[in-house]
Design a protein around this ligand. Structure first.
Ligand code: FAD
Ligand code: SIN
Length: 536
């Protein structure tokens, strides 16, 4: 059994922010299931929202966040994050993130739903610069150990105490089935061995669940692992029906997840029908291309279905070519390699899954229902985003909640008991699978029906169909899981199915349309906004 003070699962913006604060006093182990920069953080393009512009106010940012969120946001969380944003940006600048500047001040770009220029950025590849700076600082810290290629399987709780541990309650009865979290079991992807990592406190920073859907801008590892692990261990999960679809993912039959940043629309890009060249967004919303994402994605989906199109056009070729190349150097280059010159021609785009607004229910310190367990970043539901996340508020959430969770652990440290003796992983009754095809088949099937039945526009019938299929696949995968040695693919498929079940359950429980959740059978919005809270 490996033992450390604090265990963090995930090396993205949330996990490494927490690690750097905790390491001031404690020993921290960070696990990542692939390379350290394999999460969504390194892929973030647009930037980080913060009130820095003259004339902008916290109240304006709070209002924009709550308008986008369909009124479902928790006001205390929104205030907490937004008021801490300028400080978070300053800390990143201190770490060496080379934010773009203009005339001696940070350059701020604009994105949908924001009433001001508010987005600090590093060209059109902000996440890469942030991830690099965080990894560099974590590598240099003597109190932080980084272990890439470790796939967390399940949380270790009181249920996994070793029988010989002999812990008894006041009545002298052996303690079993408790809710305290003591770490994780994780698969070493290189050796195939499962190790137990025990800690006084565990932080989930595992990112989103985008890969539940056939088309997603998220990296391959976005399989909802943290959400599924927390749910299995007994934590509540909330608002999983609110899956964000980004309006503008490149339409290309080979390259399926190249995001075209919202900042292209923020800097004047137009959405056009490829058939007539009509700029169609003003028909749907007075804010046009800069309406919140749910509105833009639904409008594109509507036009694509109405006209039988494969895609719509995003066009910024009316701007000066140097301006376009200057603002979007990476996207420009990646599109050129695919034969599209965005300074001269429109870009074919479609909506794709982009962000998981729901997750493990947490308080303002990132604490979950389970003692010892915290959740931060995209795997959590902190009340910030409500029914729809405002653009560029999510990296911000990672920095503010990463810091808050770490400080809460430091403040309570003396109350955290050392972990008990934990049972080692038992692989004595499983064999190697000779039918890996089952995993591939189920993975593809799941993602396809989630896209078709639980996508941008939902109906009761489609949700019922999805629920039925998930039940069948879950039975099949659970049986497989019980009989065969775990692999990274099997762990992910099991989590994807668990997450899909939570999404569909939440979507069926919401009998209205709000924010990202649009059900044709319940098109109206209730006057009172209520969270969907699932209890294990
Ligand atoms: P991630 O950065 O996704 O990191 C997850 C970590 O968990 C990884 O290290 C992964 O290896 C690890 N992990 C997962 N499962 C396991 C497991 N089972 N075992 C061990 N480790 C595990 N947001 C913005 O605010 N601004 C933007 O401009 C922006 N642009 C985006 C562009 C794209 C293409 C995408 C996909 C997202 C974008 N977002 C943006 C959203 C934002 O990037 C994410 O919400 C944010 O980076 C999530 O950070 P995180 O730390 O929570 O998780
Ligand atoms: C983008 O650059 O369009 C993504 C911004 C975000 O997801 O917040």
């Amino acid at each position: 059994m490996n033992e450390q003070d604090v265990l963090i699962i995930g090396s993205g913006a949330a996990g490494l922010t927490a690690a750097l604060v905790l390491a001031e006093r404690l020993k921290v182990l960070v696990l990542a299931k692939g390379p350290l920069d394999g999460g969504s953080t390194a892929w973030a393009q647009g930037g980080i929202a913060a009130v820095l512009d003259e004339g902008d106010t916290f109240e304006d940012h709070i209002r924009d966040t709550m308008v986008a969120g369909g009124g479902l946001n928790r006001r205390d969380s929104v205030e907490f994050v937004i008021e801490n944003a300028p400080q978070a940006i300053a800390r990143l600048a201190d770490l060496g993130v080379p934010f773009n500047e203009e005339s001696g001040a940070l350059h701020l770009t604009r994105e949908g739903g924001h009433s001001h220029r508010r987005i600090v950025h590093v060209d059109d590849a902000t996440g890469y610069a942030v991830q690099e700076a965080l990894i560099k600082a974590a590598r240099a810290h003597p109190n932080i150990t980084l272990r890439p290629d470790m796939v967390a399987i399940d949380l270790v709780t009181d249920r996994h105490r070793d029988a010989a541990d002999g812990r008894r309650n006041e009545a002298g009865v052996a303690v079993a089935g408790g809710r305290q979290v003591w770490g994780v079991y994780a698969l070493d992807a290189a050796t195939g061995r499962v190790e137990c990592f025990a800690a006084r406190s565990t932080i989930l920073a595992t990112g989103g669940a985008g890969r539940t859907y056939l088309f997603s801008t998220a990296p391959r590892g976005a399989t909802g692992d943290g959400i599924a692990m927390a749910w299995r261990a007994g934590a509540r999960v909330s608002n999983m029906e609110f899956m964000q679809f980004h309006p503008t993912c490149l339409y290309n039959l080979d390259v399926k997840n190249l995001l075209i940043t919202e900042a292209v629309r923020g800097e004047g890009g137009h959405l056009l029908l490829p058939t007539t060249g009509e700029r169609f967004m003003p028909r749907f919303d007075p804010r046009g291309e800069l309406a919140p994402r749910d509105i833009v994605a639904r409008a594109i989906d509507h036009e694509i279905k109405r006209l039988g199109l494969d895609y719509v056009h995003l066009d910024i070729s009316h701007k000066d070519p140097d301006f376009v190349r200057g603002h979007f150097p990476n996207i420009h280059e990646r599109l050129l390699a695919l034969g599209i010159d965005m300074t001269r021609q429109p870009i074919p785009v479609v909506p794709a899954q982009h962000y998981t607004c729901g997750g493990v229910l947490v308080d303002l310190a990132g604490r979950t229902d389970l003692p010892g367990l915290y959740a931060i970043g995209e795997c959590s539901e902190s009340g910030l985003h409500g029914a729809n996340r405002l653009a560029s508020n999510s990296l911000l959430e990672c920095f503010v909640f990463g810091d808050a969770a770490a400080r809460d652990i430091l403040a309570r440290w003396d109350g955290f008991a050392p972990p008990p003796v934990i049972r080692p992983w038992d692989a004595s009754r499983v064999t190697d699978s000779d039918e890996e095809v089952v995993i591939k088949q189920n993975w593809t099937e799941l993602r396809r029906f989630m896209w078709n039945y639980v996508g941008i526009v939902r109906t009761n019938k489609r949700l019922e169909r999805a629920a039925h299929r998930i039940k069948l696949l879950k039975n099949e995968v659970n049986e497989y899981y019980g009989n065969f040695r775990v692999t990274a693919d099997l762990i992910e498929l099991r989590n994807l199915l668990q997450t899909a079940e939570l999404i569909v359950k939440s979507a069926r429980a919401r009998r209205e349309s709000r924010g990202l959740h649009y059900n044709q059978d319940y098109p109206a919005t209730h006057p009172a906004a209520r969270d969907t809270v699932l209890v294990p």
